[in-house]
Design a protein around this ligand. Structure first.
Ligand code: FPP
Length: 244
């Protein structure tokens, strides 16, 4: 079925927040006899397609896993290439995204990033902060455990300063310390390329998420399959640990 017909099948029960683990760029490039960065470059086209589709269906939050805290261990030229690709793509796309009323945010730690790189990212993202359409989050230099560590440190500091008591620690206070503060938890997590792992992505926030796994490699994952994933989600019944 084509994209337009698939969209017509969606019901009103759209997920508020979709997280995407974009996997398989390296294998896609290898199949083409090309280097890994070629896979990442083509992966950017899939990102653009998903952002467009998200705007078209009126999704509120889309979070993509672009670079994890573990990705620093990749070969130097791949790391450098990815950092450049992500920044270049942001700079190239920001005006078009802003025109589509999208708010762009980077979620992750500053650790390991140069001040120059951080300020370039911030400068671009700030252009979108007056928008109120799709919230497009780029999980970048992101690790779920590090996010929790940073949050716990902040809570401990508040206790030390007597601005928080131990008994006030609950799900809400912890959620408020995460990079995703004030955002809904992801309802649906998509992972491409046949791998079935969370890989340190939104580990706290995904407690009740539904999962959609596909063998499609990320550069081949485009709008139609994105809608198919949402249709699949809409067939499921979420119970949050209770009964129907
Ligand atoms: C995983 O595939 C992919 C990544 C770690 C990088 C994904 C990043 C992009 C597509 C660029 C994002 C662009 C913007 C605009 C934020 P892999 O390299 O692990 O593939 P493999 O498992 O086949 O080796």
């Amino acid at each position: 079925m084509n994209y337009k017909d698939l969209i017509k099948q969606l019901d009103k029960n759209l997920p508020d927040h979709i997280g995407v683990i974009m996997d398989g760029n390296g294998r896609w490039a290898k199949k083409q006899g090309a280097g890994r960065l070629w896979g990442h470059k083509n992966g950017v086209e899939s990102v653009r397609a998903l952002v467009e589709a998200s705007v078209e269906i009126g999704l509120k939050y889309l979070t993509i896993y672009a670079f994890s805290t573990e990705n620093w261990t990749r070969p130097d030229d791949e790391v450098k290439g990815l950092l450049k690709l992500i920044l270049d793509s942001l700079i190239n796309e920001i005006d078009s995204m802003s025109k589509q009323n999208i708010v762009v945010r980077f979620l992750g730690t500053d650790i390991g990033l140069s001040k120059e790189y951080q300020s370039k990212i911030n400068k671009e993202c700030q252009k979108t902060y007056n928008n109120n359409g799709l919230n497009f989050n780029i999980a970048f230099n992101y690790g779920g455990r590090l996010e929790l560590i940073e949050g716990i440190r902040s809570i401990a500091t508040k206790i030390q300063n007597n601005t928080l008591t131990i008994n006030q620690i609950n799900e809400e206070t912890i959620s408020q310390e995460l990079y995703t503060a004030n955002m809904p938890d992801p309802d649906l997590i998509i992972r491409t390329s046949g791998e079935k792992r969370l890989s340190n992505f939104l580990i706290w926030q995904s407690a009740y998420a539904e999962f959609y796994f596909t063998d499609t490699l990320w550069p081949d994952f485009r709008k139609s399959e994105f809608i198919e994933a949402i249709l699949d989600y809409q067939k499921r019944q979420r119970r949050y640990g209770g009964t129907k």
